[in-house]
Write a protein that binds this ligand. Structure first.
Ligand code: PMP
Length: 462
């Protein structure tokens, strides 16, 4: 090649990805498993700089209730920009904030909304979790917290301490009702009841070594923990147990909120009314916003007790109010419930055809497929060891087929689907077709964790 000849430039996306891996921290997350460079997006679809199109079932880790760039969200953002309103206002009152708060309160359980205070927090879910802990500690004068095995509440110090992955923590850990891997070996309602009894006995046994706590935090469906829906009866038990002992119950609806599980808030399924509800992700209509809403009686902290520069994102409030209103007006909670149930039925048939699926589960459009070692024997409760290698192979095979999914769960072996609530039946079918195809391909090419040869479908040979 002559020196003057131009070497063809690597596609822009390759250069961007290479520079990212050279410049960004080793802690980068999604960017590792999803080597794409999004440049355009609408609804369920993302287009990469390489021209490829993907169906996005990660949805900003469950943020995009209406998918990418929904017209009502864009219109709301444009209206603020065109109005000349200030974009930065600390925590001052504005018409945009007033409208957001009114819309949010209209969606909340009435018993809470009628007697509630809202605290605008720093922009991430984890900041709202910190605020909730601070609030209940101030209100009760107590210090300890109770949280659940497998939980995820965020990455700042206290939120992390209350999460399943914590290394150093003084937070008391309680058993979450996980049917497939029930810590009591029973599963079902019985397993959930035993989990509740354990919690109750820790609180009532004066020699349990657990001081009376400032609060208990739980997710109605553990998302990052592997899409594990708690039974409504267990949630009601947690409400009864905490109420009877004057322990504020903090419900983290960062991921489950805004219709995702088939009800506006996941607590609506069980009818429980939390003392504190933690909200973020979808409430900002794809922009950063996080709040806690809590019973007025808890509002005993001092002015400035949870300050922060970025608590007044006007664009997020406008986008969020538009999202809340759209979900409400268009019956998207019911739609998420019905479509999620249909998708779960199809996933059940996938499980029936594949030994490597231990369990499929979910609520609304929060769905998970737990992949297990197809060669291992089931334990006494029917569970088999997780297969994170296969799960990663399925995720990669999905990406090859233009489907973005992420993994969750104790062993990163649960393939998670969090599509927008606005998807059509055809799009839901396309997602499941691609997933089924990816699963078949991954099973064919990935040996089991115990080193056995790849197999294909249940009852067939490779
Ligand atoms: N709580 C739950 C239930 C979550 O799923 C998450 C995020 N996945 C958080 C809290 C933390 O939110 P953020 O990442 O915005 O800090």
């Amino acid at each position: 090649m002559a020196l003057t000849e131009t070497v063809p430039a690597a596609p822009a996306h390759e250069g961007i990805l290479r520079r990212q891996s050279l410049r960004e921290s080793a802690a980068r997350t999604y960017a590792r498993s999803l080597p794409i460079v999004p440049v355009r997006a609408r609804g369920l679809t993302i287009e990469g700089a390489d021209g490829r199109r993907y169906l996005d079932c990660l949805s900003g880790a469950g943020t995009l209730a209406l998918g990418h760039n929904h017209p009502v969200v864009l219109e709301a953002i444009r209206a603020v920009l065109d109005s000349g309103a200030p974009l930065h206002v600390l925590d001052l009152a504005t018409p945009v904030k007033d409208a957001f708060t009114t819309e949010l309160f209209a969606t909340l359980p009435r018993e809470l909304a009628e007697n509630a205070r809202i605290q605008f927090c720093g922009p991430a879910g984890t900041d709202a979790v910190e605020a909730a802990f601070k609030l209940v500690r101030t209100a009760t004068g107590r210090d300890g917290l109770m949280a659940f095995s497998g939980a995820y509440h965020g990455m700042t110090a206290e939120a992390l301490a209350a999460s399943g992955g914590a290394q150093h923590t003084s937070v008391v850990r309680l058993p979450y009702p996980y049917d497939y891997r029930c810590p009591f070996g029973t599963g079902g309602e019985r397993g959930a009841e035993l989990a509740a009894r354990w919690t109750q006995s820790l609180l009532d046994d004066h020699k349990s070594g657990v001081p009376h706590p400032a609060g208990m935090i739980l997710e109605p469906v553990q998302g990052e923990g592997g899409v594990i829906p708690a039974p409504d009866s267990w949630l009601r038990r947690m409400r009864e147990i905490t109420a009877a002992r004057q322990i504020p119950l903090i419900v983290d609806e960062v991921q489950t909120g805004v219709g995702r599980t088939g009800a506006f808030w996941a607590v609506d399924h069980s009818g429980i009314v939390p003392d504190v509800i933690v909200l973020s992700k979808a409430i900002g209509g794809s922009l950063p916003l996080a709040v806690i809403v809590y019973r007025e009686e808890l509002d005993s902290w001092q002015p400035g007790a949870h300050a922060g520069t970025f608590r007044g994102n006007q664009l997020a409030m406008a986008a969020g109010a538009a999202t809340l209103a759209y979900v409400r007006a268009n019956g998207l909670c019911r739609r998420a419930g019905e479509l999620g149930a249909r998708m779960l039925t199809r996933l059940d048939s996938l499980a029936a055809a594949h030994d490597c699926i231990g369990e499929v589960r979910g609520r609304g459009l929060m769905l998970g497929v737990e992949l297990v070692d197809r060669d291992a024997a089931a334990d006494a409760t029917g569970a088999r060891p997780a297969d994170p290698g296969l799960a990663a192979a399925v995720r990669d095979a999905c990406l090859d087929r233009g489907l973005i999914v992420e993994l969750g769960g104790r062993h990163s072996a649960v393939v998670r689907l969090l599509p927008p609530l606005t998807i059509t039946d055809e799009q839901a079918d396309a997602i499941l077709d691609r997933l089924a195809d990816a699963l078949t391909a991954a099973v064919r090419t990935t040996p089991g964790p115990t080193g056995s040869s790849p197999t294909t479908m249940r009852g067939t040979t490779p």
